[in-house]
Design a protein around this ligand. Structure first.
Ligand code: NAP
Length: 445
């Protein structure tokens, strides 16, 4: 892999890169099937990714005709990195076993280990015999929608595909590694003004927020819409906030610290709620809601913006869901992609049906949505929200920080790239976009 890295860093052309060959094994962050029950009896918050995430060599799988090998320069931590490492809500070895039954090529995914990671930026090393849009040497980012496009259900909206999976979460050979194997239809052009790690953190969260808010498959936000955004400086929230600002909406952002509120003010957000200071207690105890607290949140939103939200960007799940349903405007939309705090929801349906609200389930993004979201990054209209960068060997620590909500925005991971800041091929456009925009979430260290 060193030869590959040196060639990329020296700006070698595609033919030179193609001639280097593919190593038999590569360094990868992985979890082990033999440890899938290691957290039995341990409370979620005490499960420590530093103990279950390993970094070491794994064998390079053969390349299927519709796949490419990517030299991964950088990757990122997603919340699914946490889910994988704490084996919640289920161990991911089950989904991979099911995948392995689909075809001879799919059998490769059934291993005693799983290389995790659902984001990457890097360079195409080799393409399978059926790949026609990409070639060795291309600088790419990778989105995580993994599907079999021979299945009729994978067409129209590919997120509706019966066999849709998230690469590096429900499949093997993910992006937190020096090498990855991805389907050609996961590739997108790397934004030229960004470094490897800035380019690597976007695809999963940016595309998810795009579908949730901008796409007709999500809430289809329009100008002037008031949008309540939970976790507005977290992975998906930080992109959601940018989409609302860019699209002429009015964000009402919820965060849990003054530092996060300051980032939002710097982005131009006017309406911010600090949920820690407000001290909302939507649940009296594990089984009992406190409706007066839903009303208090609704009142706080009205005090700030003078009306109820047209859209609620929901993902904390059980802890906030009933309040989200309550505060949405009559006829408004609650769009949800997750349930970080618990997935068994309960809400007062009277507020939902009597006020004719809509609930939209959303999951990642189809290729077209991911491409559009990537294009907005490439045009400098949406910016990466990278706050810190870790080495691949520190992946456990990085996942630990996300699990414990110690971060803002996204945490980048350097894989083959030896240091941060490399990979910018259009410095003039970078200067035009502005370091302040690109580095908005960067932590002083
Ligand atoms: P993240 O970076 O940890 O951000 C989540 C934010 O939510 C946190 O920063 C926190 O912000 C807020 N939050 C956490 N617990 C909360 C609670 N109980 N009540 C209110 N706010 C809470 O994670 P992320 O990357 O944004 O992902 C968020 C969720 O979406 C995860 O469950 C993830 O798995 C899921 N997700 C799903 C998809 C999909 O395709 N379906 C894609 C991406 C992510 P404050 O502390 O500042 O309020």
């Amino acid at each position: 892999m060193e030869k590959i890295r040196d060639a990329i860093l020296s700006g070698a052309d595609g033919a030179t890169i193609a001639a280097l060959g593919i190593p038999d094994n590569y360094r990868a962050a992985h979890i082990l099937a033999s440890e899938a029950t290691m957290w039995e009896g341990v409370a979620s918050e005490n499960k420590d990714p530093r103990k279950s995430l390993h970094v070491g060599d794994v064998a390079t799988p053969e390349l299927a005709p519709d796949e490419v090998y990517v030299a991964v320069m950088a990757s990122s931590i997603n919340f699914n990195t946490v889910w994988s490492s704490i084996f919640e809500p289920v161990s991911t070895f089950g989904p991979m076993k099911r995948l392995s039954r689909e075809s001879d090529w799919a059998k490769r995914h059934d291993q005693p280990y799983q290389v995790i990671g659902s984001d990457a930026s890097g360079v195409v090393l080799k393409v399978g015999s059926a790949v026609r849009m990409w070639k060795p040497g291309d600088h790419v980012t990778v989105h995580c929608n993994h599907l079999d496009d021979q299945d009729n259900t994978a067409h129209n909206d590919s997120m509706m595909a019966a066999n849709q999976r998230i690469w590096g979460y429900e499949t093997n050979f993910g992006g937190l590694a020096d090498l990855s194997i991805v389907k050609a239809n996961q590739l997108m052009p790397k934004p030229a003004h960004l470094s490897w790690e800035e380019a690597a953190v976007n695809a999963l969260c940016n595309s998810t927020s795009y579908r949730m808010l901008v796409s007709r498959n999500g809430a289809a936000m329009k100008q002037g819409d008031v949008v309540l955004i939970w976790g507005a400086t977290g992975g998906i929230g930080a992109y959601a906030t940018q989409y609302v600002l860019n699209g002429g909406g009015i964000p009402v952002c919820v965060v849990s610290s003054d530092e996060k509120a300051q980032i939002l003010r710097d982005m131009g957000v006017q309406h911010i709620i600090n949920r820690k200071t407000a001290g909302y207690q939507f649940w009296k105890d594990e089984h009992t809601h406190d409706e007066s607290e839903w009303r208090r949140l609704g009142g706080d939103i009205r005090d700030l913006v003078g009306e109820d939200p047209d859209i609620v960007f929901e993902h904390p799940g059980r802890s906030t869901f009933a309040a989200s349903i309550y505060v949405a405007k009559r006829g408004g939309t609650i769009v949800t992609c997750a349930a970080t705090s618990g997935f068994m929801m309960e809400f007062d349906n009277r507020h939902f049906w009597m006020r004719l609200k809509n609930l939209v389930g959303s999951h990642f993004a189809n290729y077209q949505e991911a491409w559009q979201a990537n294009r907005l990054i490439a045009k400098g209209m949406i910016h990466p929200v990278l706050s810190q960068t870790f080495a691949l060997n520190e992946v456990g620590e990085a996942a630990f920080q996300v699990h414990n909500n110690m971060h803002e925005g996204k945490l980048g991971v350097l894989c083959l790239s030896p240091e941060a800041g490399l990979g910018v091929t259009d410095p003039e456009f970078r200067a035009k976009v502005g370091e302040a925009n690109i580095n908005r979430f960067r932590r002083a260290s």
